[in-house]
Design a protein around this ligand. Sequence first.
Ligand code: MV4
Length: 447
Amino acid sequence: MFDKVLIANRGEIALRVLRACKELGIATVAVHSTADSEAMHVKLADESVCIGPPPARESYLNIPSLLAACEITGADAVHPGYGFLSENARFAEILAEHGIGFIGPKAEHIRIMGDKIEAKRTAKRLGIPVVPGSEGGVSSYEEAMRVGREIGFPLLVKAAAGGGGRGMKVARDEASLSEALSSARAEAKAAFGDDAVYLERYLEKPRHIEIQIFGDGKGNAIHLGERDCSLQRRHQKVFEESPSPALNFEMRAQIGEVCANAMRELQYSGAGTIEFLYENGEFFFIEMNTRIQVEHPVTEMITGLDLVSEQIRIASGASLSIKQEDVQFNGHAIECRVNAEDPLTFAPSPGTIKYYFAPGGLGVRVDSAVYGGYRIPPHYDSLIGKLIVHGKTRNECMMRLKRALDEFVVDGVKTTLPLFRTLVRNADIQNGDYDIHWLERYLAEKT
Ligand code: MV4
């Protein structure tokens, strides 16, 4: 096991990793920018190192600074959290070259999944169902039209380097393909410096359902069920739940087994999430994330497992601590992302938290790193906490969520809490009747 872990992140996930380390008896090193000197993760860590000025590029993304912090403190592993360097294959390699452990998958697998074309090719080869589309990238209009005529319209042009929905254009018919192709290419070039694109059948009203997997790099792999993350706005998830209201026991076991088998074959190591679009009873792979995700607590609540602790154990060379038959799914869990944002426009609302009271009680968990008097810096994303609620049934979970939301007080900045208070009283949400477009439609009608 590692002796000392450096946490290359901030906010609630830095605290989440710190808690797992403490429970494993591992010493912790926090790193922070000059804007985060008063941050909770710095206060709670055994040691801390300032790694640069506020812009992430010069601090949380600054690899030489992070290496120096490892050197100074003698940390023998780094946990990257999510975002920042968590899916940077080169960072994983550099750490290895310095004899420092990376708490994440093999660099090779991070790299494959970072290229959407390569990821899809790999998924297909491993027996995971993918969206019908071009075999690899398309290099000309003529080639795109051939694919279009074969798989039919509407079509979606996607960037190989894509993420966050950038470089994605719908072509409703043959006449609009040329324009969709060139605008997707231009957007991809501008956003990622890479204009490679591929084509897929456009799914009109899917749900976004992702499978949590774990591998130990030795050919053992398991799945921990799904999370339904369909409620999102501008590709930012807002509310996640497990189990998905759209799946039953057999469907979960079936897609879960497909994913676990694929990860066994890949000899995948660590936590991963295989993302699908789900429509009319069918799963279609879109991407794989090779990190711990924001919404991982939903899975922890229904499985009783500590996903971050398992990541650390596996990275230190241990085998998976559980077998598939030992994984049990209990009840229902929902997560609400509490952002310091206007609840209708989602405009960021940084500033000082004047008063803070987090809900508690049976089945209620709050993962946050803020406190009364804390000043939210404007330089980073606006997530200030996550409210995660567990219940025996979805209905109990919703009732508990409603009361927890009513207890939650954050004064001094705008938050997304009022949005959740109205969402939990909405009939479609109560019925689990929503898709990836539901929230944007709902917000458009309200404003
Ligand atoms: C799609 C799709 C419909 N059909 N692919 C958006 C970003 C990237 N992660 C994949 N995305 C989509 N891919 C096909 N073939 C619709 C989306 C999409 C979406 C997916 C998941 C969650 C929210 C979304 C919002 C808009 C579009």
